[in-house]
Design a protein around this ligand. Sequence first.
Ligand code: SAM
Ligand code: DTB
Ligand code: SF4
Length: 346
Amino acid sequence: MTSPSFSGHAHQPHPHAPSPAEVPLRHDWALPEVRALYELPLLELVYRAQSVHRAVWKENKVQLCSLLSIKTGGCSEDCGYCPQAARYDTGVKAEKLMAVPEVLDAAKKAREAGATRFCMGAAWREVKDGPQFDQVLDMVRGVKSLGMEACCTLGMVTDSQAQRLKAAGLDAYNHNLDTSEQHYGEIITTRTYDDRLKTLERVRNAGIGVCCGGIIGLGESIDDRCQLLVTLANQAHHPESVPVNALVPVEGTPLQQNQRVDALDMVRTIAVARILMPASMVRLSAGRQQMSDEAQLLCMLAGANSVFFGEKLLTTGNPEFAQDMALFAKAGVKPLEPNVDRPLSQ
Ligand code: SAM
Ligand code: DTB
Ligand code: SF4
């Protein structure tokens, strides 16, 4: 089974989905109009985002995704936010790639807890062909055989690696642009924005769903934030999912002293992402542990329809499972079923 319309090709729209004419998918956003959206009075912005959301997604349901670090630490890159970069003293130890049965065990537990998507992350600059990549392909096959959506984030890939991931059944590949092209060099110097865009193109060409978003709180300007969203929305296809992370400042990283992200900035960023990319999953990703229940609900009202659940992200904390379940229960938030709750086309 594939994810709903994640290839951007023809699919059966959900019977309750409105006509696509109601919410045109645009790919020609200009920075000033996006900045004007970002700066709307907050409640007007949330109202507009929720209106777009409800025209495409019939209810305010939220997909539960599970995240596992299959290869932790020891990364050669210098991403200024990342606790897994070998060059920063963050207390994260470099580990070996996990064994396939261990990963599938975690995936089964996640499925039992309600996850419909399982995302496997590796602290690699790029994928290298060989036994380790073969092992990851086995993980993908195993996760698919459990009936879950499979997602990977492994760094840069070549065309043939992307094709092999697709053949193994991979639904989505996460590869974030993180920030605007202008700000990128302030955060990462060991690869370029163009390297990121090339991997995204290879993933797209292989027919794998694109999961691409960014981080706020990197010291970027409002224009940088808006420009990232413009870059994502002006791709020929919108990414099928757009993770919005708040920086988790980790001691030992160059960004450890960055000011904490205001939850309302997350709300604004999510709302603008929803307006620009109506049919994409918008994932409220890192930073939930630092947010109140009310702020998280406001993010959902602004169009977030996916979260990572489970006590850990890759190396940092996430809300306790019971706490999330209590929040969803008291707010009446229902889980989104990827093959039932379909958006319009991308
Ligand atoms: N190494 C691969 C790569 O860079 O694409 C995959 C793993 S990497 C850890 C996945 C994403 O996690 C990054 O692109 C970044 O957006 C996010 N991330 C890493 N550290 C973070 C932090 N401290 N706060 C918020 N997001 C973070
Ligand atoms: C994404 O955009 N956020 C997730 C997932 N994709 C791989 C990762 C967040 C990592 C936060 C820092 C950590 O736990 O190491
Ligand atoms: Fe390595 Fe990815 Fe962390 Fe950058 S974000 S240091 S590439 S694990």
